[in-house]
Design a binder for this molecule. Sequence first.
Ligand SMILES: [Zn+2]
Length: 391
Amino acid sequence: MGTPAAVVWDPALLAYDLGGDHPFNPVRLELTIALATQLGVLDGVELLRPEPASDEEIERIHEVSYVSAVREAPMVGWDVGHGLGTPDNPVFSQMHEASSLVVGASLQAAAKIASGAANRAVNIAGGLHHAMRDHAAGFCVYNDCAVAISWLLDNGAERVAYIDVDVHHGDGVQAAFYNDPRVLTISLHQNPMTLWPGTGRVTELGGPGAEGTSVNIPLPPHTRDPAWLRAFHAVVPSLLGAFRPDVLVTQCGVDTHEEDPLADLWLSVDGHREIYRVLRGLAEQYVGGKWLAMGGGGYQLLRVVPRSWTHLIATVLDRDVDPETPLPIEWVNDVLRRAPGAELPRTMGEGMDTGFVPWDGTAQQPVDSVIRDARGAVFPLHGLDPDDPRD
Ligand SMILES: [Zn+2]
């Protein structure tokens, strides 16, 4: 028996387009849906068409004055404040409408899970985790992750666990719930000393009354799949067991890839695929399968994002794609028409071994100092022993 799963998608989501040479190019979404379709991953799947989120829903997380500024920015010009009109967050036409549709897509996915219509749901256009209460940041206008979590808390969930595997710190979501003991935010990211936004240290643990519900795992540059997975397994499952969430929300950015132009972790598409399978397993183990998955960063637009997020969609649907599956020729030709001369991979994987040695409590690998620091900071706040690998 398959698990009912929902995929939210509408080409209208491509209107979230920061324009010009901006790295956050919607072609990455378009090519992902095309690849998933041509591989048969979406056969028989009814794609859910989102509605734009209302102001009331967006204002769960954002200031009224900020929402007004976003709405008016395309008419006002570039000097609108709130982080808008910058190289990272340029003003674009229909910015409010496009951004509220992204939020609406994540809300629709959340609603499917809350109603029991689906156990899992995915919105690859979502994951805009840097947006703050009163300003845009890091290509993100409205924080669909935070709005969806807030909505879930008002619609049956008592505790929500949020796991952010983007290469950048999930700062906007952490900030939104820093003082809320009902939301456990866990972010694995490149060390903030070496990457924007410069937050996400292990000492950021949550505010008064919520100590231990903000968890950060800052990984050294050039971390590869096995070390990433070793750190994840040494920290995350125990915390889920202790926190006992009702639903798992994940931001699945793929800018951790070795070829990503904006950052320096060295994961592979095979590693991404393995991460999604692990997240699915954790959802089954700890939250009765309830898994809301969003996209996020990822700027190797042709070679990485479409493959990795096709694996994400496939994993959500229990239609896992073998990494040796050849890329459909139709898809390759479509990409080559858009980007003549692009060097494309031949298969859905990269032949990387994602096997890893579980952390055993000793310090054997460079990543073990991160494991020690993260566990040491947060485990005691959950009644767990940081030194005992069984915890
Ligand atoms: Zn990112």
